[in-house]
Design a protein around this ligand. Structure first.
Ligand SMILES: *Cc1c(COP(=O)(O)O)cnc(C)c1O
Length: 211
């Protein structure tokens, strides 16, 4: 598909939903790709934030691409909290313990999203919806962790109704807690996610022509 086609589809999905396309931002997921490929397939079209899911893989890319900004989208362990100041946004905060490590280790406040396991899959990351209020309350006590919104990874199913229900639920939760950002939608479902209120789509394979 490539990045220009992804952008065109984002815009069409937003208009279909009666939304301003400027309210949906593309995070180009670059895991598994070299700095050269990232320049050619992403940065040639604009300075889109790059999404990386492993700290070890991301750090050398951050060095190699000083012109780019990075988001962290993968599971974060406590011992990697100290690297998060290299990222503009953490999409995948899922525990108070990691948040407390961020509070101790970061030189300045970090914008974060809380990952929610909306689909209630046992093997998935993220907090269950019922654990969210308590976690959000506790996070308010931390000065270096600024919660801007919620994130979810939808179940790997094709059924559009099931996906739509998951995305709608994340939007409902974000509304309930007055959080503006909703990070949801990947290569195979970003248009549905936009129709249900996504503000950040995380797209990898569609950009790198792997679909
Ligand atoms: C890899 C990944 C994506 C992108 O998935 P694609 O199917 O390549 O678009 C989005 N979010 C997370 C958390 C990922 O790990």
């Amino acid at each position: 598909m490539g990045l220009p086609e992804v952008l065109a589809r984002i815009e069409r999905a937003a208009r279909r939903a009666g939304r301003d396309p400027a309210g949906v931002r593309l995070v180009a997921v670059t895991k598994g790709h070299s700095p050269e490929a990232i320049r050619e397939k992403v940065l040639a079209y604009g300075d889109f934030p790059l999404g990386e899911s492993r700290v070890q893989e991301a750090l050398p890319k951050i060095e190699a691409l000083p012109e780019a900004t990075f988001h962290f989208i993968g599971p974060l362990q406590r011992n990697k909290a100290k690297f998060m100041h290299r990222f503009l946004l953490l999409h995948s905060l899922e525990s108070l313990r990691v948040a407390e490590a961020l509070e101790r280790r970061l030189p300045r406040p970090l914008d974060v999203l809380v990952e929610v396991n909306v689909g209630r899959e046992p093997q998935k990351h993220g907090v269950l919806p019922e654990a969210l209020p308590e976690l959000l309350e506790r996070l308010k006590e931390l000065s270096r962790v600024r919660v801007l919104g919620l994130m979810t990874v939808a179940p790997r199913v094709r059924d559009p109704d099931r996906l739509r229900a998951v995305f709608a639920e994340l939007s409902r939760l974000a509304d309930r807690y007055n959080l503006p950002e909703r990070s949801m939608g990947m290569s195979e479902d970003f248009e549905l996610a936009i129709e249900e209120g996504s503000t950040l789509v995380r797209v990898g394979r569609a950009i790198f022509d792997e679909l």
